[in-house]
Structures are given as structure tokens and as C-alpha cells.
Design a protein around this ligand. Sequence first.
Ligand code: DQA
Length: 144
Amino acid sequence: MKFLIINGPNLNMLGTREPSIYGKKTYKDLVRFLKTSAKKNNVKIKIIQSNSESCIVSKIQKAYNRFNGIIINPAAYTHTSVAILDALKAVSIPAVEVHLSEVSKRENFRQISYAGMFCFETFAGFGFDGYEMAIKALINKLKH
Ligand code: DQA
């Protein structure tokens, strides 16, 4: 099984960015965590991070016929991007949404998730562990 892991804008600033919300671990730490988690769960992964909505849309389009699953933390685009939702629908690859923070307990403008309307599951508020939960959820989904 091969999963595409997409991280949206400002996640490259982890460690520096609002540590009281996102923690002190860096994006490099997240990449290391994801690689370990993929090995442990016996899946192949490709990890990308982009600050650009159009790049994320293109990466989702290119995933067609190449990946069995998508794990996406669209970051701020979660709450604004119909284009990312439409791209997920277009390729129709099983997808899981992840957020490091518990978005449901944050500002009103974070209460809508466009990508989440396509994803079959969301893990929010579990920090890095949410990504491993997403890997396991995708494996389960694809097995049945
Ligand atoms: C985030 C939550 C979003 O609301 C925010 O814009 C982010 C990160 C999270 O992982 O908790 O950039 O997706």
C-alpha cells in the first residue's frame, strides 16, 4: 500500500510556530515520525509540504492511479479551499484528514472543513499521533 501524505501551509514552521498550540517539535521531527510510522505499519509513503493551494491541488490530481490512500492536513486551507475538496473528489482516493490541534475547540472560522467533507475520517488534537492513527485507519479501510 502506498499513501500520499500532504501537509499544508505553515506546517514547515512547526517548532517555531505557536508552540503553545502546535508543540515544540519541528517539521523535520514530523517527517522522521512519519517515516518510522510507515515502516512500523508496513506501508510506503510519500510526504509533501506546500504553502501553495495550487501545488496541493496538482499533487492530489497526480496521485490518481499512483496512491492507494491520502492523508491530508490542509492546515489553513482546511477552512477555505473548495479547490482541495474538489481535487479529492475528482481522484476519489480514500482520504483521512489530520490536524495537530483540536480544531473543534478553537475559533469559529476553523469550524468548517471543506476537505473533511470528502475524508472518511478525521483525527484532530492528537499531535503527531494523529498521522499514525490515519495510517492505521487507511490500512483498515483498504483491507475491507
Ligand atoms: C491545523 C489547524 C488549522 O486550523 C490551522 O490553520 C493549521 C494547522 C492543525 O494541524 O491543527 O495551520 O491544520
